[in-house]
Design a protein around this ligand. Structure first.
Ligand code: CO
Length: 139
């Protein structure tokens, strides 16, 4: 069993981060809280908190997958991130079930969280990310 906590964020891929921040502020009144270049993912990420979850704006900074996404589909919904407890166990469980994974071990994502992506074919087309705050990492 996966120990699922909540939707951590819904990610929207954008070309122009500043323009997207301005739009979400203007239209929905959302304020950016965290903005960082995530070297391990080759992305820039901005979190716009909504209650206990967030919208995440992501833009490629060398990430070929995101560049292709923008070329093919244009800006839009990219993935849903689910917070789990015990991401390594969750991945091992999914792997044992034969669920196709992009990441078999977690990588370091925005906010220093541990993240791993399932392959979109695991869910019939929706890219799902598992997230776990790294409790050992310095804040
Ligand atoms: Co994400």
């Amino acid at each position: 069993m996966l120990r699922i906590k909540k939707i951590d964020h819904v990610a929207i891929c954008v070309q122009d981060v500043d323009d997207a921040i301005a739009k979400y502020k203007q239209v929905l009144g959302l304020e950016p809280q965290v903005r960082e270049v995530v070297a391990s993912q080759q992305t820039e990420a901005v979190l716009l908190p909504i209650g206990e979850t967030s919208l995440e704006l992501i833009s490629p900074r060398g990430n070929v997958g995101l560049e292709r996404f923008l070329e093919k589909k244009g800006p839009g919904l990219h993935h849903i991130a689910i917070e789990v407890e015990g991401i390594e166990e969750a991945l091992a469980t999914l792997k044992a079930l034969g669920v196709p994974l992009v990441d078999e071990t977690p990588r370091k994502g925005a906010r220093g969280h541990k993240v791993a992506f399932l392959h979109p074919k695991a869910t019939g087309g929706v890219l799902v990310e598992l997230v776990e705050p790294d409790h050992d990492a310095p804040a």
